[in-house]
Design a protein around this ligand. Structure first.
Ligand code: URA
Length: 299
């Protein structure tokens, strides 16, 4: 840990790093943290510094895009040049303050041989965060394990908690209609949430709950490898893009995300309260359809 001090990371950051490492160990990611090849950034002694910390020095999202984009060429430029800077701007202006450590996502590599049943088994009868206290069922996720399109919501509501399935209440019915309007069936896509247990009174998931639960979502995404991740609402979008910017600033924009594309649109529950926003969401979904070569359902 001395090496972290050498590159200017303060004591509390060091503690956070140790927490992350411990958490990674708990999730079975220990060998990844210890064994990954060092990255090379000017001014950083990468032979002694955990790669995640070095990546943070260049801006967490920008660094993530560099490492993960399949479009990244050997010169480091992206085919989607209009997207990368947009994301970088979001990261520079709205992400965690300098010195804060990257999220687990930055340092989260695919787990070789991971499967959805293994992830479910790892979650177990989870008591990792306080949401377990009031839940009825863990809402793992549902749909096609080879889906090209994966929707991510915020967290289960009352109906989902009872049924153990995401998006089965009023907002869920609207999501199903949206999926069908895209020429798909609900069972063609995969649907998951940032947190897998219902937040009491349908409040927003809290930071510690998101931090604890979202690595399982990341594993689900990595196993399914969808061509498109569609974030429904700001909780999903801000979590996956690691930004605090409002969703209206980047909704409908494409981002590179772990080998595929990510787009954010408004949450169906918002559409129930604000039906005029449906036209904006439909525009976003049409972008997804065009990327996936889908035809709208014939009426
Ligand atoms: N809202 C969500 O974000 N997820 C659900 O599963 C249901 C409602």
């Amino acid at each position: 840990m001395d090496s972290m001090k050498r590159v200017g990371v303060g004591a509390s950051a060091q503690e956070q790093a140790e927490d992350w490492l411990r958490y990674g160990e708990e999730l079975g990611l220990g060998p990844y943290y210890r064994g990954r090849a060092p990255m090379h950034l000017p001014g950083a002694d990468s032979s002694v510094t955990p790669p995640a910390l070095i990546a943070n020095a260049a801006g967490p999202v920008a660094a993530a895009a560099d490492r993960r984009s399949p479009e990244a060429s050997s010169s480091g430029t992206h085919r989607l040049q209009t997207m990368a800077p947009k994301l970088a701007v979001a990261s520079a202006s709205a992400l965690a303050p300098a010195g804060a450590l990257p999220s687990l996502f930055e340092s989260f590599d695919r787990i070789v041989g991971d499967t959805l049943p293994v992830i479910r088994e790892d979650i177990g009868d989870c008591t990792r965060c306080k949401l377990h206290k009031a839940r009825t069922n863990i809402v793992f996720g549902v749909g096609n394990s080879k889906a090209e399109l994966l929707f991510v919501g915020e967290g289960p509501g009352h109906d989902e908690d009872i049924k153990g399935e995401p998006f089965v209440g009023r907002a869920g019915k609207l999501l199903t209609q949206m999926i069908e309007a895209m020429g798909l069936r609900r069972e063609d896509v995969y649907i998951a949430n940032v947190v897998k247990c219902r937040p009491p009174e349908n409040r927003l998931p809290e930071k510690d709950e998101i931090t604890t639960c979202s690595p399982f979502l990341m594993r689900q995404i990595d196993v399914i490898k969808p061509k498109v991740v569609c974030c429904l609402g700001s909780c999903a979008a801000q979590t996956l893009l690691q930004t605090t910017q409002g969703i209206s600033k980047f909704r409908g924009e494409w981002f590179d995300f772990r080998g595929g594309k990510l787009i954010a649109t408004y949450h169906p529950a918002y559409l129930l309260r604000n039906p005029p926003a449906k036209s904006e969401v439909w525009k976003d979904l049409q972008k997804v359809m065009s990327h996936l070569g889908l035809q709208p359902r014939k009426r």
